[in-house]
Write a protein that binds this ligand. Structure first.
Ligand code: NAP
Length: 297
């Protein structure tokens, strides 16, 4: 058996074209252009690359993106003041402060300074609490929200299924478990969460009808850890040394793709899986925030 490939790249393109239509409708019907502010502190090359990708993707959809780059030595108070200004700016519907921040700055304080209605990253404690209690308006963190869209749009609705989530981080595993437990679209699953203290990971992952792996361990999930016919989403992304490649490295996930594709009924690759979905869900949250601002007028 060779698995159906769940392409985050294709699903992403589909969602982005729907978002472009929503952006055009917001401008036509309400004169509103969704606005995303990205704040970068310091010169971390990976962060610069991510922020650049987010801004280019926003621009391609007609979302107004404002990139604010501050020197590494920026005082915490100045950053907090900037966020307060963005909270009050009617042209900005989403605020993203790129993490990690320099050590001197209290990340939690900065995240808490973002107004929850503009918290398109979904990391504010109010957003986290609303997701956990399945109540009120909030934005879901982008990576787990992307996983849910991949499942739904590839025909694997998690409702009524046993979903095993491997990993319990605050940005992936934990919010994903909460999304899967919601009593709404993409939810209603029976959820088991595993982590590094789970004594026999394979014994649990083999019980999954849908397995989502976010453990940050290159190619650790092998075919014997997957039930025949299971659906597998690989969140992991790693650069591993590969002297046979021209670049000297290759990119892989947490799942041993070539093996698991022979056992699973459907599988997302890495690269080309969850990665493209994360930025797409950020754009989606920004467009949704702009739509909510129109309703709220
Ligand atoms: P993380 O913060 O390092 O968390 C990893 C989780 O996996 C932890 O809960 C840890 O357990 C658990 N774990 C580690 N080793 C394990 C093992 N041997 N058996 C069972 N559980 C184990 O990682 P993360 O931020 O969630 O990211 C996970 C992966 O997804 C990484 O490869 C990351 O690069 C990737 N990622 C991709 C995207 C994207 O957009 N594509 C976005 C975010 C993350 P403990 O809690 O007990 O330590």
């Amino acid at each position: 058996m060779s698995a159906q490939i769940i392409s985050g790249k294709d699903i992403s393109a589909e969602i982005r074209s729907e978002l472009a239509e929503r952006v055009a409708a917001l401008a036509r019907d309400h004169g509103v252009v969704p606005g995303l502010a990205t704040v970068l502190v310091g010169e971390d090359p990976a962060s610069e690359m991510y922020v650049g990708m987010k801004n280019r993707a926003a621009g391609a959809l007609g979302i107004h993106s404002r990139q604010i780059t501050l020197p590494a030595g920026t005082p915490e108070e100045e950053l907090l003041g900037l966020v307060v200004g963005l909270n009050a700016d009617p042209d900005i519907h989403g605020i993203l402060v790129q993490l990690p921040l320099p050590d001197r700055i209290d990340e939690a304080k900065v995240i808490e300074s973002i107004h929850p209605s503009k918290d398109v990253d979904g990391f504010h404690p109010i957003s986290v609490g609303r997701l956990a209690t399945d109540s009120g308006a909030f934005f879901a963190p982008c990576t787990p929200a992307g996983v849910i869209e991949m499942l739904l749009r590839s025909g694997h609705d998690p409702a009524g299924k046993h979903v095993v989530v491997a990993g319990r981080s605050n940005i992936v595993g934990r919010p994903l478990a909460s999304l899967l437990l919601r009593k709404s679209r993409g939810g209603n699953a029976t959820v088991t969460v595993c982590h590094s203290r789970t004594p026999d990971l394979g014994a649990v992952t083999r019980t999954a009808e849908i397995l989502v792996v976010a453990i940050g361990r290159p190619e650790m999930v092998t075919a014997d850890m997957v039930a025949p016919g299971a659906v597998v989403i690989d969140v992991g992304t790693h650069r591993v040394d590969d002297p046979s490649s021209e670049r000297g490295y290759r990119v892989c996930g947490d799942v041993l793709f070539d093996e698991v594709k022979e056992v699973a009924s459907a599988l997302s690759p890495s690269p080309g899986g969850v990665g493209p979905m994360t930025i797409t869900m950020l754009l989606s949250n920004t467009v949704e925030s702009a739509s909510r601002s129109v309703v709220g007028r």
